[in-house]
Design a protein around this ligand. Sequence first.
Ligand SMILES: [Zn+2]
Length: 151
Amino acid sequence: MDQDYIKKLEAGEELDKLVASEVMNMFPCDKWEYMSLGTAGGPVFIKKCKHTNCYPKQYIESIHGRIGGLPQFSSRPIYALTVWQKIRDTNEFCCLNINSDYSYIYRIELIKEDLTGKSKHEPCVIVEDEDFCVAICKAALLGMNIINQNK
Ligand SMILES: [Zn+2]
């Protein structure tokens, strides 16, 4: 995947799809069952399969936002944080930094783990974006690129 292409992506389905497949290793699955728990719990999808990494293919728009379907990694922090955790769990980076200048941008830096001690401890991924979720998604895609290059 081209670095410049990734850096130009905006919040939305295209970025969410890339993150789902390239970072999260997730796929849509039609074996989820829709259920409404009424006003107390709202609508939910119940998993009826044995996959560990699928999401409900169907979705509905509700007052709680979209339920089911492709996780909205690039626009909902609760999903963006699962992406961040996934990148941490690769154990490929010794430093994962999120900096913010408070009012303008988020700057994310990933530094590759190097047990030889010879590296200069400089970031191999730098992403700047006004949006927190988008910054995380782009950094994760670029980070996975680097991991896959070194395989
Ligand atoms: Zn499934």
